[in-house]
Ligand binder design. Structure first.
Ligand code: DGL
Length: 266
């Protein structure tokens, strides 16, 4: 049994949706969550910059003795996953492949929609992952950059958010997508609103939940899991503005969010 923690990182607060899915799926695993709040957002930044930031975080997490790393950030997964995996023998898992697999399964052969940050959509990473598993399956993508600030504002069910969503999702609705990948850490918090806009028959795919399941399989296959009676400890670290992280982050995971340490990187 391996008591070492799992490293989880994101550009900031949003990755807490992935952390929450991991806490629920793997209740005996301890974690260290790193949110790069000093340098968020990653969505509009270049692949080179996102990769550089991600590698810095990876090395910091490895120095804390993590046994596996989950890249909770979709943008970071899209641009940097391969570089991260090449930089360490520790398993490094991104959110895109598990999300792609879940979307294909839920869509029953119908068109898959993908929404994410500008960087994630421009990278085409979801489309590639979906078509690697299901060649020829139609995929429609749309960047939804305004969703991140709206979620951070707490406007999960606000008329302004609904207006923005109706505009962003128009083409996906017209294409009658059967499943829609919420390809950004923040979007699961908009699930009820997005379901309303897309209609009840569209399956919304939370990449975080699919990733937690994939992580459980990796830990089991590699005999890295914690003991069944281990008490999980969760450490939170940010690169800036601990107060805001706590204030906004508690909307993501409630009272489970403990005090965060501040570690500036770079
Ligand atoms: N965490 C990012 C993602 O999932 C969203 C926020 C950002 O742009 O940094 O793509």
């Amino acid at each position: 049994m391996n008591r070492a923690p799992i490293g989880i990182f994101d550009s900031g607060i949003g990755g807490l949706t992935v952390a929450r899915a991991i806490y629920e799926r793997l209740p005996h695993e301890s974690t260290i969550y790193f949110g790069d709040t000093a340098r968020v957002p990653y969505g509009p930044k270049s692949p080179e910059t996102v990769t550089r930031y991600s590698l810095e975080i990876l090395h910091w997490l490895l120095a804390q003795g993590v046994k596996a790393v989950v890249v909770a950030c979709n943008t970071s997964t899209a641009h940097a996953l391969r570089a991260l995996q090449e930089a360490t023998p520790v398993p490094v898992l991104g959110v895109i492949k598990p999300g792609a697999r879940a979307a294909i399964a839920a869509g029953g052969g119908g068109t898959v929609g993908v929404i994410g940050t500008a960087g994630t959509i421009a990278s085409g990473a979801y489309q590639r992952a979906i078509n690697a598993l299901a060649p020829g399956l139609p995929v429609i993508q749309r960047a939804c950059p305004l969703f991140v600030p709206l979620v951070e504002e707490g406007w999960f069910d606000h008329p302004a958010t609904e207006l923005v969503a109706a505009d962003y999702l128009q083409e996906l609705r017209q294409a009658c997508v059967r499943s829609l990948v919420l390809g950004c850490t923040h979007y699961p918090l908009l699930k009820p609103l997005l379901q309303r806009v897309m209609g009840p028959e569209v399956r919304l795919i939370d990449s975080g939940q699919a990733t937690a399941t994939a992580l459980a399989t990796i830990l089991e296959d590699k005999s890295l899991g914690a003991a069944g009676d281990a008490e999980a400890r969760h450490r939170f670290v940010v690169s800036d503005d601990e107060a805001r992280f706590r204030q906004v982050g508690s909307r993501f995971i409630g009272e489970r969010l403990g005090k965060a340490e501040v570690v500036p990187l770079g």
